[in-house]
Design a protein around this ligand. Sequence first.
Ligand code: OOB
Length: 547
Amino acid sequence: MIDEGTVPWPEDLAYAYRTADCWRGRPLGAYLWDWADAWGDHVAVVDGDRRLTYRELAVLSDGLAEQLIEHGLRRGDSVLVQLPNCWEFVVVTLACFRAGVVPVMMLPQHRAHELTAIAGHVEARALVVPDTWRGYDHQALAHQVAAGLPDGAAVLVVGADVRPHSVDVRSLMRCGGDVEARRRRLDGLAPSAADVALFLLSGGTTAVPKVIARTHDDYEYNIRRCADVCRFSRQTVYLAVLPVGHNFPLANPGVLGTLHRGGRVVMLPSPRPEQAFAAIEAEGVTATSVVPAVAIRWMEAVDGSGRDLSSLRHIHVGGSMLSPEVAGAIGPALGCELQQVYGMAEGLVCYTPVDAPRSVANTTQGRPLSPFDELLVVHPMTGRPVPPGAVGELLVRGPYTPRGYYRAPEQNAVSYTPDGWYRTGDLVRITPRGNLVVCGRVKDVINRAGEKISAAEIETLAQDIPDVAEAAAVSVPDAVVGERVCLVVRLHPGRELTLDRVAAALTERGLATFKVPERLVVLDDLPHTPLGKPDKKALRLLLTRAA
Ligand code: OOB
C-alpha cells in the first residue's frame, strides 16, 4: 500500500471538508458510470477519427481495470503512465481509478533519468507507454526501466508494435464478457475516497521531480469546482492540447472536468496552430487551455489561417507569467474570452471568473477555487505576514492542497511549514478585491513554456561532466518560451566545453529534452552568495547585461 508515505490532513479539517460537501466520499471511478448512465450515447472523447461515447468509455475502462487486476496489479499499486494526448490515455486513467491502481502522470518528454527515479520512488509495478512516439522508442526504454526495478514491472504498450514481453493495452480493454457483472465486481473492489487516486509530478526545485499524492476526494472537489467556475456543461467541447499528464489540462477543468459535466473532450497531441485550429473548426471546440507561449503562437498564426474559430468561447491561460499587454490581446485576436489560471500540481488553483471585467481578466490571475482555500502572503525572509496588498511569498492550505510530498519527509520540512502550509515559492500580491497577482518567484526553477525545470536537477547532472568545476543553471528571458535554461560554468584549468557537448552529456544521462540547456556561458569564476552558493541574482544580471 502507498498511503504510508502521504501526509494526511488533520482529522478536524477532514471532517469539516466532508460536512461542507467538499469531499463527497466517492472514488473517482464511481463517477464513470454516473456519466455513462446519464449520457451514455453522447460522445465523450474524440481522437482523430476515433469517437467514444460515455458508455463505450465506461465499458473499455472497466475491461482494462479488470485486466489490470488479472495481471496482478492490486489496489494501491502504482503505474507510470507516459502517453501522448490520445483516447487511450483517458481509458487507462479511468481504468486505474476503477481498480484503485494509482497512475503516476509522466510526460511524453521524460526519459530514463526521470522514469527511473520516479519508478523507484513509487515502486511502480507497471509502465504504460506508446510503442514509439515522435521517433523515440518508449517501449525499449520502459523495458530498461522495468528491468532496473527490484521486482521488475510489466510494460503495457499502446500502439501497433507490441513486442514480446510487452502487453497490448488495446486488446486488454476489449476483453469481452458481461459488462454489468463486471461493473458490479469492480464496484465491490472500489478504493476508498480517502485513498490516493493519482500521483502528479511537481515541477519543483529538487534533483528529481517530487511526487504529489492526490486523493479521490480532494481531486474530485478540485475538478468539480473548476468545472463550476468555468461553467462547463454538456455543451462544452474541450480541446486538450497541453500534455494531459499535467494537472492543468487534466483536471482544471480540462479533460476530467469536461467528462464530469457530460461534455466532449478532443484529444490532440500537439498545440501546433495548424492542427489546433483545424480541430477547433472541425469539432466546434468551445474551450481550451494553453500556456502563454502557446497563446502567443496562436495569435501570430490566426490571421490567414483560413480557419473558423467562432465556436471557441473561452481560453484558459496559465502555467507561467502572462503580461497584461499579451493578456489583453488574446481575446480580441482569437475571438474568445480569456480566463487566467494560476495553479500548481500541489493543489491550489485560481481562476479569473467567466464574467470578470476585462481589467481583472487581463491583469490578475484570479481567485481561489474554494472558500476553504487559505492563503497567506509572507515576507520571504522573515516568514511574517506582509501588510494587505504587499508582495510576498504565497503560502497555502486547503481541501485540495495535500500537506506534504509523497515519501519525502526531508523535503517536506522545507516545502511545508510545521502547521501544514505549502510554500509555493511564488511571489504574489492580493488586490483589494481579492484577486491574486503573480509578481515573481523565490524558488529556483526555470519556467520554459510552462514546463518547470529544477535548476538543482540540471546542476547535479552538469557537475558530473568531467570538464566542469562548478555549474549554475539560470533562466534567461525569451520572447517565445518565456524562459530558457542557461548553464553557467567554471571549468577545470585548461579545459574547454561547448553547448553541444553539454547537450550530448545530459541527453546521454537520460534527461528530458526540454530541460537541456540552450545556452552555455563559461566564466573564470562564478559570483557567490555569502553562504558560498552561486549567486543566481548576480548571474541573471550579468547575463541580461551581456545580451
Ligand atoms: C501549473 O502547475 P505546475 O505544477 O506545473 O507549476 C506550478 C507553478 C506555480 O507555482 C507558479 O510558479 C507557476 O507554475 N505558475 C504561474 C502561473 N500558473 C502557474 N506563474 C505565473 N502565472 C501563472 N498564471 O502550472 C498549473 C496547474 C494547474 C493549473 C494551471 C497551471
